[in-house]
Every structure is written in C-alpha cells, then in structure tokens.
Design a binder for this molecule. Structure first.
Ligand code: UGA
Length: 434
C-alpha cells in the first residue's frame, strides 16, 4: 500500500515511520524544504527515543521517503493530514489554516479512490469541511474523508503507535474501512481494539480523552495541596484510589501542573467548541484555570524554602522540558516557574539533557550549565522541575557541598523525604507533609 503523510512534524514523522515499518511505502511530506533535506541526511527535527533508528532502517529498505512537494499523493491509497493545529491567537480556537490548505493541495493531486485521513487533532466538524473543500475543488474525484486521531505520548511515541490501547476510526464508507484495515493490518492481526464510529464522534473522542487526562492530573494536584496542609501523603492516596479499577492508577502523579503541546491547547479548543454550541464544559474550564494558576504558584514554594526571598540569589533548576525524554518546551511548567523566580529577583542556573536549545526560544537570561553539578554551584536552592532519570540518582553529598544553602525543592517527588533529610537538606516536595 502507498501512503502519503502530509506534514512531517512530530505526529507525521512518527506515524509515517511506523507505517513504513508495517511494510507500507510511505512518503513523508513537508513544506519546510530544510527539514526534508535534513531528514534525507538522517537528521531528526525532534528528539524522540528510537525514532532516528526507525527512520534509517525504513529509508534503507526503500519503504520511507521524504519530499517537499505533494507528488507522492498521486497514486497513494491513503493520504494522511498531520499538519499542526496550533491555538489561534486571541481566541483559543484551533487554527485550521494548515489543515484546509493541505486539503486543497491534496484535492489537486489525488487519483483513483483515495482515503484522506485527518490525524491532526481537529475540532468536531473539520472532516466535513475537508470533504467540502475537496469536493468543491474536484467534483469528479472518488474519495472518502476519515478521522483517525493519534494518542501518542511524546517520549513513548513509537511504542504507543505499535501497541496502542485503541485505534479510533471515524468513517462512514465501507471502502474507506477496507483501506484503513489494510493501513493498520498488523494491529488488526494483533487484535488491538479498533473502534469504528462516525466522523464527528471520532474527532470529539480525541478532545474528550485529553481533557479527561488533564482533569485527572489536576484533581490529584489539588489533593496534593490539601495533603500538604493536613499532613497526608498524596502518593499513598494516588495508590489508594488508583487500585480501584474504576479510577485506574495512571495519570495520578502530582506535580507542577501539566504542560506540553497537547493538553493546554486541546483543553482550550474543547472549551471554545463547547461554548460555541452553548453547552459549556465547566469542569474542563476549571481544570485549565487551576492548572495555569498552579504552574505559577510553584515558584512560591521555592521562595518559602528560601526563607521568603530569592532576591539576588542564584537558584539551580534541573529540567526545562515539559516532561522527560523530549526536547519540547511548549507550555512547560519550567517557563512559569523560572519567569516567576526571575521576577522575584533570582538569577537562575539551568540544566536539561535535551531541552536547552529549545529553551532559548522561551526563556531569557538563563545561565545554562553543562551538567547538574555545575548548575548547583553557589546556588541557594536546587529545584527539580522535570523528572529526567539522570536527576534521580544525583550524588547528594556533592550537591550539598556545591550549594550555598542545603535546600532541595522537588516538584516531581523523585526523592524520598527521609533519605534527603538524613543528608542534611531542607526538603520540600509535592503533596507530602513536611
Ligand atoms: C498527551 C497524551 O498523553 C497522549 O495520549 C496524546 O496523544 C497527546 O497528549 C496528544 O494529544 O498528542 P503528551 O503531551 O506527549 O501526551 O504527554 P503526557 O505524558 O500525557 O504528559 C502531559 C503533561 O502532563 C506533562 O507535563 C506531564 O508531566 C504531566 N503529567 C502527566 C502529570 O503531571 N502527572 C501525570 O500523572 C501524568
């Protein structure tokens, strides 16, 4: 089967490489000629574990190619739209400019029965508009528009793709179903749960999933704040409720608030859609507001650990990306925490294993350090914002000797309180009684 992937960003590249690995002939397309050139030379535009190897293997086997034009759409049985849907400036709606532009360009190129699949996260009804655009441009064309949202997590995208909890297909056409069955053949054979719904249901399922996960995180974060006041332990509570199958153990790690390219943007877009239809999703509105406040409030924890002020003090921050195993800085809690610390007069030293390049676009006046220990030198506190594995086993004796004050603020609960205190640290974490 021939597949064209329009958009070679995070989703397009991972999906394209995985489809090639399923044995299909895939062309990943992007308007950014520089990105395509780099990909041809084996350079990945993003950091994702295992991606470079997967891409190289499939390029060598002639199953995966790259192009900066849409010629590969001709002759493809399935054409995926995996372009960005950023938040529209000003109103929080998803900006569909790139999706509709892709639809127009695809319309001009399709030949024979073609399934056009929206993989980008798109508001309910977008598939209808894509269909209208293509029909208007090519009244003669034989095509179907399918919704197939992605549920990949950055940092675990390849295994999420190959071993999905479920695949959701929004389609109303039997021939399209047959094509999608072929696209996902190995997963059909592995009996992965495949849910077929109408297109609008599929589009909304994606937003509902992300909004629900964001709600779960925000719920446990608020319980964590209460724990700190009443002398309870949020990790035990997460286990205590998570063992109830109706609740489930995942996404109950309390922390500095969720970030990334998906939850903040998708909750906003869902809020807007629901308001437009006159059925506001008030829980999600609250979740988004509480999360924004929380990210800012984390700096107050650092201030209180430093005796009320960080003015003219150096603060060491470990972890800048919104989560480990990515270089993605979008809506990272580190941005809010660091900005608030700088506003309070602190000088911030920072280290992140993969995110420092991207961080330069989001944060000013950071003192970037070569490793965690260089970061700690003469700082009045060490703050852990992202739980990279390499921060879990720091030589705390060395850290203590480098800091000017033995203060550790752990926003991800990666250390055991009694162990750290035994080493002589003043230690603040999340949702654990101090
Ligand atoms: C999320 C979803 O998990 C994916 O299923 C979805 O496909 C993706 O968005 C998307 O829409 O494209 P992702 O943003 O890569 O994936 O990252 P997550 O692992 O979900 O983490 C999101 C944020 O929540 C991070 O800031 C993370 O630190 C935070 N989080 C997550 C917590 O604070 N606690 C948790 O228990 C889990």
């Amino acid at each position: 089967m021939q597949i064209a992937m329009v958009g070679s960003g995070y989703v397009g590249l991972v999906s394209g490489a995985c489809f090639a690995d399923f044995g299909h002939k895939v062309c990943c397309i992007d308007k950014d000629a520089g990105k395509i050139e780099a990909l041809k030379a084996g350079k990945m535009p993003i950091y994702e574990p295992g991606l470079a190897e997967l891409v190289m293997t499939n390029v060598r086997q002639n199953r995966l190619t790259f192009a900066d034009d849409l010629s590969a759409v001709r002759g493809a049985q399935a054409v995926f739209i995996a372009v960005g849907t950023p938040s529209r400036r000003g109103d929080g709606h998803a900006d569909l400019t790139y999706v509709y532009q892709a639809a127009r360009e695809i319309a001009a190129a399709i030949e024979g029965f073609t399934v056009i699949v929206t993989k980008s996260t798109v508001p309910v009804g977008t598939g209808d508009e894509v269909e209208r655009i293509i029909r208007e441009a090519r009244p003669d064309a034989d095509f179907a528009v399918v919704s197939n949202p992605e549920f990949l997590r950055e940092g675990a995208a390849i295994s999420d793709f190959k071993r999905p909890d479920r695949i959701v297909l929004g389609l109303e056409d039997q021939r399209a179903e047959a094509v999608m069955r072929e696209v996902y053949r190995p997963l059909y054979l592995n009996q992965a749960p495949i849910l077929i719904t109408n297109r609008r249901t599929s589009e909304l399922t994606k937003y509902a999933a992300n909004a629900f996960l964001a709600t779960k995180i925000t719920f446990i974060n608020e319980i964590a704040s209460l724990c700190e006041e009443v002398g309870a332990n949020v990790q035990d509570i997460a286990r205590g409720i998570g063992l109830d199958n109706r609740i489930g153990a995942k996404f109950l790690h309390a922390g500095p608030g969720y970030g990334g390219s998906c939850f903040p943007k998708d909750t906003q877009a869902l809020i807007k859609t629901a308001q437009d239809y006159g059925t506001p999703v008030r829980i999600v509105e609250t979740v988004a507001a509480v999360n924004d406040q929380r990210k800012r409030a984390m700096a107050r924890k650092v201030l209180s650990a430093c005796g009320g002020s960080v003015r003219n003090k150096a603060i060491a921050v470990l972890g800048l990306t919104f989560k480990p195993n990515t270089d993605d800085m979008r809506d990272s809690p580190a941005i809010s925490v660091i900005t608030a610390l700088q506003d309070a007069g602190a000088k911030v030293n920072a280290f992140d294993p993969e995110g420092m390049e991207q961080a330069r676009h989001y944060l000013d006046n950071l003192n970037y350090c070569s490793d965690p220990y260089a970061c700690c030198k003469d700082a009045a506190a060490l703050v852990i914002v992202t739980e990279w594995d390499e921060f879990r086993a720091l030589d705390l004796g060395r850290v203590k000797s480098l800091l000017s004050e033995p203060v550790l603020v752990d926003l991800r609960n990666i250390y055991a309180p009694d162990e750290v205190r035994r080493q002589g640290f003043k230690y603040l974490s999340i949702g654990r009684y101090e």
